[in-house]
Design a protein around this ligand. Sequence first.
Ligand SMILES: [Zn+2]
Length: 329
Amino acid sequence: MKRNITGKNNGVGNGNLFKQDSFRILAVIIILCVMMCVVWNVSSDKDGINVNGVHGDISNSESGYSYENKDMLRIVISEEDCKNGDLMLVNKDNSYNSTPENLVSVLEHSNKTYNVSDYNVQLNLRVCEALNSWLGEFYREYGETDLLVASGYRSVETQESIYNDDVSEKGQNITDKWVAVPGSSEHHTGLAVDMSIYDIYNSITEEFDGEGIYKNLLETCHEYGFIVRYPKDKTDVTGIDYEPWHFRFVGKGHSSYIMDNNLCLEEYIEELKKHGEENPLRFSYDGVDYGVFRVDSANLPYETFIPNGYQYNISNDNCGGIIVTYFSK
Ligand SMILES: [Zn+2]
């Protein structure tokens, strides 16, 4: 035996050498274990911070933390993340009980490519920015027009006085066709906007009928995240007559899917109830891939996984669910 790997027959001195080597190897293993544990904990913490944002950028996640599939990223949906969101369904069956976020004056934030009735017209900031892009493009196409942004956020009290005035003027039946019951108006969310036409000669606003050049707005709104919320052929589902002037922000991707498939928001939310984390609704628009799924609000806080390298956002649907949307850059 030229080489003794056990050290048993090498006398006392060599035996000590073997013990020293063993200790060294053991020490190295222990140090490695400790280092791995530290790295693991840091990764977990990073993930915890990364995933709790409503709008998360997961593409730069350094952690690589996952349970089984390295291509998936763990997210934890907490109750605080989902008080609002672009996909809130507000109607006579689902009243709005939250507080709108990031309201801004449209006139102050406007890119000056359209008219606004006054400083009191407010919208959510990201809706206002989408409105600027959309109406900015309309302005580039048609130049200066009489388009007027007439109404945005409304408090429940304001809706109450509009509703009561309408009832005393036109009667209950007609009012219920056009005016939402206070608490069940989309305008409470800051995500809905009403268009009008400014009449320069007698300073009154006229009804926006979506005809002529304004038809363009009905056709292009989805490219900027808006939908015609009360379409002509969906009055039996929405319970509201055709309102070509009322646009609702639901976010890009969702808006195109809704319009392409001839849905109204009620039907889209119903469709999403069929898509859990195992079978997300998948579609692509404008070179962006989307995956959408719904989680029951009763299960919060909820841990789920989305593909690595995607961005995501979370929205309450205001009818018992949380909708997770992930999308490629
Ligand atoms: Zn409206």
